[in-house]
Design a protein around this ligand. Structure first.
Ligand SMILES: [Fe+2]
Ligand SMILES: [Fe+2]
Length: 485
């Protein structure tokens, strides 16, 4: 019989918990890494933007870079737009252009954006920008008009040139959405596109910046290591804490289970002792069959074990065996104890014991599965038994097993008028009655059992007290070890 491999529940819980905690830890770590990195970048972008905008407000050299633009554009649609921008700025606000005529610009030309003004004192502006931007580790910068013309750059040769195609796209987005664009570059570099707004939130220019964020990345790494350490410690604490709770709770439940099982055992033992008392009373009345119920119970259990019935079935069969003739309580002494042959009418009364026994026990719930033995133990496979004349497998298995044991005990037990016969004679009789009285499958199992087992049971029941016989049977749980032990 295949034995199911049981996984230790502690080990199973530990594995499940461990895998869950690792998965949660990994997800949490990934989210934390992403969030902390995003947080540092976002903060850097916001701070950079705020600082640059502040410089454009506070430093006239920078404000002039975009503020003067509008007035210098003289023709074309773009020029007109720029001119109107300037008019707006001239009222008030941060982006005040330099006063007309004293603008900080040199006119690069007079036609459209291609002819924007350059800062008159380029070196002065360069030094101011450099001094302030260096504080923020800005390693590269280009200032653009909204049309993409560069009006300031660390690389002076680019001033007056048009932006590259990629830069155009960024400038358009920034001008249109009035939002900061950013992306990370390799080598701890952050690339930013910042809108420089004037009055009415109009974008007067776009500043491109490449900032060295080595320091921020270091802070980010430190933050990430700290957070990951906290997560690791938290997950370990969760794992060991939950495991401890599980182990503690399981031990309590195990303890309660044991108590409960002990109580169930006590109750079952009480049941069985009641049955034993009933059966014993019956055996005492019928002197000829003294000890009969206990022996047939032991035989039936042994035979059922040979037929590989479950432990539960062994217990049910054993209870039925113990009570199989309980209906004889209703048979008058004159018939039950009559030494002579029974008359036909007396046989009718005697045969009633099976139905009488069934009636007596049918309302006892825990005996229901055992009643097959009580009701059918005088059936024969050839259909000549009673009370119903059932045939073959119509007769419940418990009853087929039991009837063989009942007959075996009848043959081998001593009677006042004759000595009991031995195993071999009983065996010959049983073999002879195969397929008439007994089920062939049950007889086969009987023949497989060593004769010593039958003799040993008979011997034990002769010398031991009935309690001991029952103890050796241990109906329910340990039926298999009972007789073997
Ligand atoms: Fe009987
Ligand atoms: Fe019997």
């Amino acid at each position: 019989m295949g034995k199911t491999k049981e996984v230790n529940p502690y080990r199973r819980f530990t594995w499940t918990l461990g895998i869950s905690v690792i998965l949660i830890g990994l997800v949490l770590s990934a989210v934390t890494l992403w969030a902390s990195s995003s947080f540092v970048i976002r903060e850097t972008v916001d701070l950079t933007n705020a600082s640059v905008v502040k410089h454009f407000i506070k430093l006239p050299q920078l404000a002039d870079l975009f503020g003067g633009k509008g007035t210098q554009s003289t023709s074309g649609d773009k020029g007109r737009t720029a001119a109107s921008s300037y008019e707006g700025d001239s009222h008030a606000g941060h982006m005040q252009p330099a006063a007309s005529g004293s603008s900080g610009y040199e006119h690069a030309g007079s036609e459209g954006y291609e002819e924007h003004a350059l800062p008159k004192d380029y070196e002065g502006v360069y030094n101011v920008v450099r001094m302030h931007f260096d504080l923020y580790s800005i390693v590269e910068t280009n200032f653009y008009y909204p049309d993409g013309t560069i009006n300031f750059s660390y690389d002076k040769s680019r001033v007056g040139q048009k932006a590259s195609t990629a830069a155009y796209s960024a400038i358009d987005q920034v001008v249109e959405k009035k939002e900061v664009l950013h992306d990370r570059m390799s080598g701890h570099r952050l690339h930013l596109w910042l809108p420089i707004q004037g009055e009415g939130n109009r974008v007067n220019g776009v500043v491109e910046i490449v900032r060295d964020i080595t320091e921020q990345d270091l802070v980010s790494s430190w933050l990430q290591v700290t957070l990951l350490t906290v997560i690791l410690i938290g997950m370990l604490a969760l794992f060991f804490g939950l495991r401890q709770v599980f182990v503690y709770s399981t031990r309590i439940i195990d303890g309660k289970n044991k108590e409960l099982n002990a109580m169930i055992d006590t109750i079952e033992r009480t049941y069985d002792e009641s049955l034993q008392a009933l059966s014993s009373a019956l055996d005492s009345r019928d002197n000829e069959t003294q000890g009969h119920s206990f022996r047939v119970t032991a035989y039936a259990t042994r035979l059922a074990m040979e037929m590989r019935l479950s432990d539960e079935d062994l217990g049910l069969l054993a209870r039925g065996a113990l009570l199989h003739d309980v209906g004889k309580i209703g048979v008058p002494d004159a018939i039950l104890l009559k030494p002579d042959k029974l008359t036909e009418d007396e046989w009718v009364v005697m045969k009633r014991h099976v139905q009488l026994g069934h009636q007596m026990l049918q309302h006892i719930a825990f005996l229901q599965p055992s009643l097959d033995v009580v009701l059918y133990h005088h059936e024969r496979v050839d259909g000549r038994g009673y009370p119903f004349g059932l045939q073959g497998e119509e007769i419940p298995l418990f009853a087929r097993i039991f009837s063989l044991c009942d007959t075996y005990d009848a043959i081998t037990s001593d009677r006042p008028y004759r000595k009991g016969r031995g195993y071999l004679e009983a065996r010959a009789e049983i073999e002879r009655c195969t397929e008439t009285q007994f089920c062939p499958m049950v007889v086969e199992a009987f023949l497989r059992i060593p004769p010593e087992d039958w003799q040993e049971i008979q011997e034990i029941s002769r010398v031991a007290h009935e309690d001991e016989v029952l103890d050796r049977l241990r109906f329910q749980r340990s039926g298999r070890q009972a007789i073997a032990g």
